[in-house]
Design a protein around this ligand. Structure first.
Ligand SMILES: Cc1cc2nc3c(=O)[nH]c(=O)nc-3n(C[C@H](O)[C@H](O)[C@H](O)COP(=O)(O)OP(=O)(O)OC[C@H]3O[C@@H](n4cnc5c(N)ncnc54)[C@H](O)[C@@H]3O)c2cc1C
Length: 402
């Protein structure tokens, strides 16, 4: 324990000495912050300085082995680091699917060469990853995917299209599920492959949405040659890897949306929701004036904080090496539904001000709420729909017949 106290004291002074002042209070979450990658831009150069200094210390991936660019910290030390970042109101230096999805998957299933090549580049924020799972005919029924990978010597040749690939236009590498055996049972003919998006034949077309902005893309593979060495785990055994990665993805989504929420408390006191309710509905003796709405906010806040603490415990377990299983489906449902309720409440508070989209007459903060409210509809779809999560829980947790 004395060692942990020393670690806390030394790390705190180091963070205070190295964190750029301009980033204090820019808390962010697992989906808001510095994504890194070859195409990254740095409107605030301090964000790049913060990334570099933290990566050099191994603090972008605190529990990963030092040999792969991580910090080699014990789970308890990593927890202290996370607490200190919250306490000092500092953002994580790096976020993204490298750290939350493909990194942990490679640590478990990757070859030594794959770990040595990819993990340090993830830790330094040099490579941004995207996820090539869904296809036009394979969403919930993911195992029906049809992107073909035909063996040609020491390469596979890929043909097919992935859809809803979030941020593919900004990514450098994609982890993709491809069909290597068309005659086997569908789950048994799938391979998990790492593809450099600069390879000839890979192209990306953004999908435009009515909102005018969208992270979605289609990713096309036309005769793309990928070394067999880029197979993670084994040929035709990609389904096992895919499911393990989904456990990490669902926990990350639960945390990003349901944990602290996308608008964490930035003032160290009331939540954003309570703050807005007080400003829109007025206050009486320091309490939200409208008693009915006050009750709703209080109930929501209690659930939300309890859930955030539960998510913290799952993160502690992950730091200690626990691989998320079917319980990640439970967190995913709960966290995403919580986020939808958060935005329902916020939009109700705004009333007619929530009807704006752009232009004068509307406050930018209100417009942001409207957009996030619409965005939250996707929460119960991404990473597998709520219905699919319920099926997983029924089958794998409750043991009900399928
Ligand atoms: C914001 C967002 C980001 C995304 N990012 C990515 C990404 O980066 N990479 C990627 O590969 N994909 C991504 N996706 C795609 C996502 O994984 C799929 O949309 C999702 O798995 C659902 O598939 P689908 O859209 O084809 O719907 P479908 O599978 O066609 O489902 C339609 C409806 O039928 C229901 N349904 C289907 N099967 C069953 C069943 N067996 N039992 C009960 N109900 C069922 C579903 O719950 C749903 O309501 C993203 C999606 C969203 C919304």
């Amino acid at each position: 324990m004395a060692d942990l106290e020393t670690f806390r004291r030394e790390t705190k002074s180091w963070l205070e000495a190295n964190a750029p002042a301009s980033l204090v209070g820019q808390i962010g979450n697992e989906l808001e912050g510095t994504w890194g990658g070859r195409k990254a831009t740095w409107p605030n150069p301090d964000a790049k300085r913060w990334l570099d200094v933290m990566a050099a210390r191994g603090f972008t991936a605190p529990t990963w082995p030092k040999a792969y660019g991580g910090g080699g910290l014990e789970p308890a030390e990593a927890k202290v680091l996370a607490q200190l970042l919250r306490e000092l109101r500092l953002p994580p230096p790096l976020i993204g699917f490298g750290l939350t999805m493909i990194g942990p998957t490679l640590l478990r299933f990757g070859s030594e060469e794959q770990k040595t090549l990819h993990l340090p580049r993830i830790c330094r924020g040099e490579i941004r990853w995207c996820q090539g799972y869904s296809e036009p005919g394979a969403g919930s029924d993911l195992a029906s995917l049809q992107t073909k990978a035909l063996r040609d010597g020491d390469h596979f040749v890929l043909n097919g299209t992935k859809v809803w690939t979030s941020y593919a236009d900004q990514a450098d590498w994609i982890f993709a599920l491809v069909r290597t055996n068309p005659t086997a049972k569908k789950q048994e003919g799938i391979t998990f492959l790492l593809v450099d998006m600069d390879t000839p034949g890979v192209s990306v077309s953004p999908i435009l949405l009515i909102s005018g902005k969208s992270p979605f893309c289609e990713t096309h593979f036309q005769d793309v040659r990928v070394p067999v060495a880029n197979v993670v785990h084994q040929i035709d055994a990609g389904w096992t890897v895919a499911k393990a990665l989904l456990g990490h993805e669902r926990t990350m989504i639960a945390d990003a949306f349901g944990g602290a929420g996308p608008r964490p408390d930035k003032k160290g006191g009331r939540s954003y929701l309570a703050e807005l309710a007080a400003s829109k509905l007025g206050e009486e003796q320091g309490r939200i004036a409208d008693p009915i709405f006050r009750d709703e906010v209080a109930a929501f806040e209690m659930e939300s904080r309890a859930f955030a603490l539960t998510v913290q415990r799952t993160k502690d377990a992950a730091r200690a090496g626990h691989q998320p299983g079917s319980e990640s489906s439970m967190f995913k449902i709960y966290g995403t539904e919580l986020n939808q309720r958060r935005y329902e409440l916020l939009v109700r508070l705004l009333g007619p001000d929530a009807l704006g989209w752009e232009g004068p007459g509307f406050d930018e903060a209100d417009l942001e709420i409207t957009r996030e409210w619409l965005r939250s509809r996707g929460n119960t779809i991404e990473g597998g729909t709520s219905e699919v999560q319920l099926n997983i829980l029924a089958k794998h947790v409750l043991g009900l017949p399928s």
